[in-house]
Design a protein around this ligand. Structure first.
Ligand SMILES: Nc1ncnc2c1ncn2[C@@H]1O[C@H](COP(=O)(O)OP(=O)(O)OP(=O)(O)O)[C@@H](O)[C@H]1O
Length: 243
């Protein structure tokens, strides 16, 4: 287990990826510590989703080495240890939250009790029997998250889990994510909301298919000489463009 050996949860060396015949990741090197919350940030189109897809094993890599939980991401043994929540709500609208989570549990070989635990983790226990179609947008996002949590993956990759959510629900989701990290889960979370960087243990900053920096929120502010995460982000992205 990577938590015990201190082995990074994710390690990339010279990872290159092309999409539609064009290289979109240009030789990424990175290491992500197990049991931490890592923010993945950068302007639209910089390659965040492509990197996440590579990490969860659904994106072909041209060259370089990528290991996730000590194995190749395409290794079936590692697949069930990874949860991936895309931007689209990926649950069945006509099924209840519980039926959705139970379905994911069945696919994973997990129990109904695991499904109920995941529902409780995202704070939907009271709404477990309601069809997802009759939930609010934020509740439906949390239902998606619950399905990814079934069986408690060791790595959870979340593509903008708080997009379009109100501040209270965002706060709620971050509380759940932090408690998962405390249980040893590694979380890679993409976001466009710069103040969410402050909630992460460290932040991967990308620009045009390159990794500009991997630093703590405090280092991010210090390096940019500001107290505002949004300004720090802009400064570092612009600096990156001038290199
Ligand atoms: N299916 C595809 N075919 C060809 N090119 C693609 C495909 N999907 C993405 N790309 C290109 O790959 C690059 C990286 O896209 P990616 O979706 O990884 O960016 P992103 O940082 O996640 O963007 P956003 O923040 O807008 O979601 C972009 O230039 C994009 O146009």
């Amino acid at each position: 287990m990577s938590e015990r050996t201190g082995e990074p949860a994710i390690r990339a060396k010279g990872v290159r990826v092309s999409r539609g015949g064009r290289e979109v990741l240009h030789g990424l090197d990175l290491e992500v510590a197990a049991g931490s919350v890592i923010g993945l940030m950068g302007p639209s189109g910089c390659g965040k989703t492509t990197l996440m897809r590579s990490i969860v094993g659904v994106q072909r890599i041209d060259s370089g080495e990528l290991t996730v939980l000590g194995r190749s991401p395409s290794d079936p043994a590692v697949r069930h240890e990874i949860g991936y929540v895309t931007q689209a709500v990926s649950v069945y609208g006509d099924l209840s939250v519980r039926a959705n989570a139970a379905y994911f549990a069945a696919l994973q070989g997990s129990s109904r009790a695991d499904a109920d635990e995941a529902i409780a983790t995202v704070g939907l226990a009271d709404l477990a029997d309601r069809p997802v179609d009759r939930l609010s947008g934020g509740q439906a996002s949390r239902a998606s998250l619950a399905c990814a949590l079934v069986g408690l993956p060791r790595l959870l990759v979340l593509d903008e889990p708080t997009v379009g959510l109100d501040p209270v629900t965002r706060e709620d989701i971050w509380t759940h994510l932090r408690s998962l990290a405390e249980q040893g889960v590694t979380l890679l979370v993409s976001s466009h909301v710069m103040d969410e960087a402050a909630r992460c243990d460290s932040v991967l900053l990308m620009r045009e298919g390159d990794l500009l920096a991997h630093l703590t929120p405090a280092e991010l502010l210090e390096r940019a000489g500001t107290t505002n995460a949004e300004d720090a982000f802009l400064t570092l992205i612009r600096e990156g463009g001038e290199r």
